[in-house]
Design a protein around this ligand. Sequence first.
Ligand code: ADP
Length: 671
Amino acid sequence: GIFHSDALLSMYRFGYTEECFFDYTFNPIQGQAGVVDGILNIVSETTYRVLNDRRARLLREVASKTGTAKTVTEACALTAEVLRSNSADIPFALLYLIAPDGKQAYLCESSQFAPDSPIAPRCVSLDAADGSTGWPIAQVAQTAQPQIVSDLVERFGELPGSPWPEPPEEAMVLPIAGAGQGKVSAVLVAVASPRRRLDDTYCDFLEQITRQIATTITNARSYEEERRRAEDLAELDRAKTVFFSNVSHEFRTPLTLMLGPVEEALQATQDAEQRERLELVHRNTLRLQKLVNTLLDFSRIEAGRIEAVYEPTDLALLTSELVSVFRSAIERAGLRLRVDCSPLPEPAYVDREMWEKIVLNLVSNAFKFTLAGEIAVTLRSNDAQFELEVQDSGIGIPADELPHIFERFHRVKGARGRSYEGSGIGLALVHELARLHGGAVEVSSTVGKGTCFKVSISQGYDHLPSDRIATARTLASTATGAAPYVEEVLRWLPEDEAGGVARKQEEVRTVEALELTSTSASPTTRRSGSPSARILLADDNADMRDYLKRLLGQQYAVTAVADGEAALAAIHQQVPDLLLTDVMMPGLDGFELLKSLRGDPTTQDLPVILLSARAGEEARIEGLAAGADDYLTKPFSARELLARVEASLKLVRLRQEANKALQLSQEQSRL
Ligand code: ADP
């Protein structure tokens, strides 16, 4: 017998030539004596299966061949290509992308037609919806419903590109909407085969195709957006670097112009109070300068413009000199300082300013985060490397923080150091500076036991760029020397340990003084409103404390403490008339302090003013929502502060008088 499988036998039926497929076999019918009497042809129609397979293949191909598209344009081009190479079911297709403003649709790709061919216009306005000529693209985009066009020959004449001899008669125009979102983002014009009726199955198939195209476009679009976001971020980063660099430069000039005259004035004055004011300005100008210089270093490193000058250096001498400037502060705090920097076999090639920053940052950090025990600094030569170790017996760093510790602006949450102050850039800078010496910095730490930072740099100079060895600097130096570091560190000492600072505030009552008087006044009998209203001030910045004490001390009795826990202790000794507290403090911060006060009946009405460096309406609302009576943003003017304090105290007075009046009237009515 002869067997044919899925043979194409076009049939003219239902009024047109139809693409049909059949299986058939010719089987001889054997008569008597082996004579073939006839032929049996068993035929079964397989059109349904053949079409189904072919369409499923096309769908798969649209999915698989467009998956690599990285842009929407590319996705459309690939889709068009796949459709063109499988023209039996879609003899001719056009894909229109709708512009983001929704006003126009643009043909994705067409070299097949003249630019202004009515068959494939490059651009279709979506405002005018005249369905009688051309494709109903505007209607489909507006309604998000597919439309069937069944007078193609009348509209366009014979369409090109069909593999069939007859001109196509029908087409479907379909909306393409991204998954989950109703918005039509593209429109597909799919011309149907002249040899198949555009029946439900055919329509279903075309709709499946559009869903696949929608997925392709959505994927390509998110890829594009992702890349654009990454590019935007990179651009932002560059802009930030330039900004930092410009701003830091701009800051430096005025800072220099402030430092000089302040230093002169300090030398010229004998007046103690005047000196104190000037020292405050001087110290804080130095601090600002150090910060600005660090930012400048970063922007230079990031822009690849840092300029190292490597000079042969007696590293042991330089290091021990730098460390020794902290000795007095460290010992005053009751800590031990061990320095082991015995002479090295050869000079080290370092940029001295950078090495200075490495040592100063590590030692001041060690001091900041060590409340008892010792700080040990060791320098040694080991395996073609110089190794600097700064080991402390401080609070340690949790293991999950260690991988992030050298990231810029990273700070350990809730770390209980001597001060909350800091910006999280010191270690990031140390990391970069070590790298610039062909070296690295490592950290090991145990919470509650201590931390060890180890900086290793290569010996010799083969690893360094030869043009940067012992040459001259052209960029302005960002070295500040040790002074700002030491000044800062001194301000973290408790006042009696810092020596002198406390003595200058004799006019102000301290916590210890309060302890002596606490028996005389209980919370319920506290007086206020008189010039001696009591204000408790909590701020971890010693300068800020001194300044506010001096400012408020003229009118009020001010007690100052350095953190939330001390504030709470002082309040339990004696409830003040007003609490003025910083938000960011080590240990118990302003918000936590506030919460604890509000939860205690004896302090729930205590007026609280929050001081914060966080500007903005949100921060303010957060503060007030937490139960603060007022919220002041740093920097504030002296006048503003005094006015707010006065207003808060007045409110307390009014409240108390109202209470008293109420009590009185209650007593009278009882009589
Ligand atoms: P900053 O000290 O300005 O916050 P750094 O980059 O110098 O910034 O330090 C980042 C963080 O690393 C600190 O906030 C602190 O949490 C932690 N850290 C640094 N040095 C030590 C140390 N010696 N002991 C414990 N924690 C430390």
